[in-house]
Ligand binder design. Structure first.
Ligand SMILES: [Fe+2]
Ligand SMILES: [Fe+2]
Length: 187
């Protein structure tokens, strides 16, 4: 069960990185009032809210809870990762507000959107890296198989709405843009 959970989290990270790369391209190259880019960034944020926010992070937090009580040295990194999980939804909401302001006015919101978007992408990039390099390998060793089984049993069951078996039509534009950008899918 341990390997299954870690592989799922690592696969999620690869998928999240594809979405974030696509978002960075849109932020870097969007023209003024670029409806297509805004729709992609907006959908990227909705994906982050709906899958990492509701499934991936809660699954990681079940692991955080158990690692914290096993190893004092990891408490610091876990505290940081946990507070970043709380921060991301606020950043995503700010980006969505900025997009709706851009759509509702003639003001060029791109500088603000770039500022918010880059801060978000940098924070996410560091977060994913810390988990991949500093957290998953240690958690893998520290927790017992019984604890991994507990994590598995407590995890919510929620499929990825882009990369899972039942992709949602509302994310088709992201999927198409990933393919067009050569950000190939894992399957
Ligand atoms: Fe995380
Ligand atoms: Fe993660």
């Amino acid at each position: 069960m341990r390997d299954h959970i870690i592989q799922r989290l690592q696969q999620d990270h690869r998928n999240i990185l594809r979405i974030l790369s696509l978002m960075r391209m849109q932020i870097d190259f969007m023209s003024v009032h670029d409806g297509h880019a805004l729709a992609l960034i907006s959908n990227a944020m909705h994906y982050m809210q709906q899958y990492p926010g509701l499934m991936h992070h809660p699954l990681e937090e079940l692991i955080f809870d158990r690692v914290e009580s096993e190893d004092d040295a990891l408490v610091r990194v876990v505290t940081r990762l946990r507070s970043e999980h709380k921060e991301f939804p606020l950043m995503e909401a700010d980006i969505l507000v900025c997009i709706s302001e851009q759509l509702g006015t003639d003001v060029d919101m791109r500088p603000r959107l770039r500022e918010l978007g880059n801060a978000y992408l940098d924070a996410q990039g560091q977060h994913l890296q810390t988990e991949d390099v500093d957290f998953f390998p240690l958690a893998q060793d520290i927790l017992s198989l019984a604890q991994w089984n507990q994590v598995y049993q407590m995890a919510a069951s929620r499929e990825d709405p882009i990369f899972g078996p039942q992709a949602l039509a509302r994310f088709d534009n992201l999927y198409d843009a990933l393919m067009a950008a050569g950000l190939k899918l894992p399957h």
